[in-house]
Structures are given as structure tokens and as C-alpha cells.
Design a protein around this ligand. Structure first.
Ligand code: CMP
Length: 140
């Protein structure tokens, strides 16, 4: 297994409830290193661009509103098989379907306010990391 990087976002529902530390502890206890991290408030343009692959989906407008409704923490996680590992730790998109003990099962409020985002492939991880971070902001 190769050391990989993936893009994670701790979403507004989680920052509002002060869950950043608890979520980061899950990453760190499971072998993912936080090699870059910043708390930002996404603009509508930023959120629309980031989620443009979902532009035709019925939940797109609401998702964009939600992602701009408060601060988010964007981060680069590094570790063995980091893309798949992070998806395993997050659990299913819908918290009702997420395995017990996963971040979404523990913390998500709904399928939309589901506490975290994680890249779904190595290709998308590279694209999503470049969307938020300059190479010089990632210290490894
Ligand atoms: P994320 O992994 O960030 O990718 C797209 C996001 O859209 C997803 O998490 C949810 O926040 C949201 N989403 C996905 N499916 C639905 C849905 N059926 N209804 C509302 N929001 C959704």
C-alpha cells in the first residue's frame, strides 16, 4: 500500500457543534496525519465550483447554501491508503446507513449536514487538494 493524500472538509454542522477536535482525534488515532489544515468560510462561488459535479442534482442549491452557512475546516490527510481509509472512517453519506462508530454515524445530523467530506478517488483528491491548498502550505 502506498502513502497517499486525501482532501477532507469538516462541514459547518460540525464546526458549529465544536466537533473539530473529536473528528481530528479519529483521523489521528487511525493512522491519518493532518499535513495541512485551515478554517475558512467558503463563498458561494467557491462552494458552487467545488461541488459543480453535483450541479444537476436536486440537492445542489441546498448543499451550496449549507456549505456557506458557517466555517469549515479544510485539511489534507496523509497515510497508507488515505483515500479509502478516510472513506471508511467517515461512513456512508447517509448517516442512517453509516456503520456504527464511523464519523457520520457518530456526528452527522442528516444526509446533507453529514459533518465531513472526503475525496472519493486519488484523482479527485489531487484536484480537490489543489483547489484549496498551494503546495507550499502542505508541510508533510
Ligand atoms: P459529500 O461527501 O460532501 O458529497 C456531496 C454532498 O452532497 C454530500 O456529502 C452531502 O452533504 C450532500 N448530499 C448527497 N446526497 C444528498 C441528498 N440525497 N440530499 C441532500 N444532500 C445530499
Amino acid at each position: 500500500m502506498a502513502v497517499e493524500r486525501t482532501l477532507s472538509i469538516i462541514k459547518p454542522d460540525a464546526t458549529r457543534r465544536n466537533l473539530t477536535g473529536k473528528i481530528n482525534a479519529i483521523f489521528e488515532e487511525n493512522g491519518l496525519r493532518i499535513v495541512a489544515q485551515k478554517r475558512i468560510w467558503m463563498s458561494r462561488a467557491h462552494a458552487k465550483e467545488f461541488y459543480k459535479v453535483h450541479a444537476e442534482r436536486p440537492f445542489y442549491a441546498s448543499l451550496v447554501d449549507f456549505m456557506c452557512s458557517g466555517p469549515v475546516v479544510v485539511q489534507v490527510l496523509e497515510g497508507e491508503n488515505a483515500v479509502a481509509k478516510n472513506r471508511e472512517l467517515m461512513g456512508a453519506t447517509d448517516p442512517a446507513k453509516a456503520a456504527p462508530g464511523t464519523i457520520r454515524a457518530l456526528f452527522a445530523e442528516s444526509i446533507e449536514a453529514n459533518s465531513v467530506h472526503g475525496s472519493d478517488s486519488a484523482e479527485n483528491a489531487a484536484r480537490e487538494i489543489a483547489f484549496f491548498f498551494a503546495q507550499t502550505e502542505i508541510v508533510g
